[in-house]
Write a protein that binds this ligand. Structure first.
Ligand code: MEV
Length: 311
């Protein structure tokens, strides 16, 4: 009986979440938290229910269409994940990518990064409506990328051909709580704001683009003060887009008072939590201690990790 196992990293948006849906650039990086999916071929049909059944139907449907497969083997599916779900860390893209790669292995189709990325995007569309494609591209290819969804059918991305400066390469992730809304809902909320207040929202989107261009240089050159200012401005823009809730904002203001900067890193959330927040400071150790004293859950992550891989 055949088996297949792949692991895929999560991601963070250093900048550009939401504005990337409108053709603006985003900088995303793969992190050292991974999802592992394993398939074990079985002789008998396995029972799937709930979310797993839905995922199975969607993934198999996408693979069926691409490869004109009529029958899938029976298999057991195991998912183990270090990536908190619904926190903006790309766990859904990571699960889908690993699952698709496993299924292609079982079908004897071999591994092809481009195909896995393309099919993961197709599955993401069923979950998230009109995703930019940034999440799946980052978790599949890994590293840190500059990503732009030009016109939906043309998506451009480039692996950054340099590492971030040691002074501007470490971030903390702070948990602001689980969002009540899905990413799809948050994207829809921004869309409706864009329809109602087109001029002012366009201004914010343009500003995010300028900030992304400045941030990539500041991160490369280790310009800590610039990084702090740019992250703060980008967070203000996200707040104006209505994707940051009260709890996240209060944590972010606290980080700012301590001299640092913080922002959400994915779809966000308004009603309750906004998922994970990335925080930067010249004194990351001091910031970590203060936040721990305040009982704010912290994760330390490294960026630019490797993309999907066979386990
Ligand atoms: C979600 O991780 C990022 C968003 O920009 C949506 C997308 O890019 O599809 C909010």
């Amino acid at each position: 009986m055949r088996t297949a196992s792949y692991s895929t990293p999560g991601k963070i948006h250093l900048i550009g979440e939401h504005s990337v849906v409108y053709g603006k650039p985003a900088i995303l990086s793969a992190i050292n938290l991974r999802v592992r999916v394993s398939l074990l071929e079985t002789e008998t049909k396995q029972h799937f229910s709930g979310e797993l059944l839905r995922l199975k139907r969607i993934v198999e449907g996408v693979v069926k269409k691409e490869f004109k497969v009529s029958i899938f083997p029976h298999y057991e599916l195991n998912v183990t994940s270090q990536i908190p779900i619904g926190s903006g860390l790309g766990s859904s893209a990571a699960v889908c990518a690993s699952y698709i790669a496993c299924l292609l292995d079982l079908l004897g189709e071999g591994f092809n990064t481009e195909v896995v990325n393309k099919l993961t995007f197709e599955v993401e569309k069923t979950f998230h409506g009109n995703p930019s494609g940034g999440d799946n591209t980052t978790v599949v290819y890994g590293g840190t990328i500059w990503y732009r969804n030009e016109v939906g059918i043309v998506k451009l991305f480039s692996a950054l051909p340099f590492l971030f400066h040691i002074k501007t390469s470490k971030f903390l992730l702070l948990d602001s709580g689980h969002p009540k809304e899905s990413t799809l809902q948050m994207v829809e909320n921004v869309k409706s704001l864009h329809e109602r207040k087109r001029k002012s929202i366009e201004k914010i989107l343009d500003s995010q683009e300028q900030l992304a261009k400045s941030l990539v240089v500041a991160l490369r050159d280790g310009e800590s003060e610039d990084v702090i200012q740019l992250i703060r401005q980008s967070e203000r823009n996200l707040e104006k887009l209505g994707v940051v809730g009260l709890r996240a904002r209060s944590i972010i203001r606290m980080v700012e008072k301590l001299g640092g900067a913080a922002k959400i890193l994915g779809g966000g959330g308004y009603i309750n939590g906004s998922g994970m927040i990335m925080a930067y400071s010249l004194n990351l150790v001091g910031l970590e201690e203060t936040l721990k004293d305040k009982n704010i859950p912290i994760l330390k992550v490294s960026l630019g990790e490797s993309g999907i891989r066979k386990e």
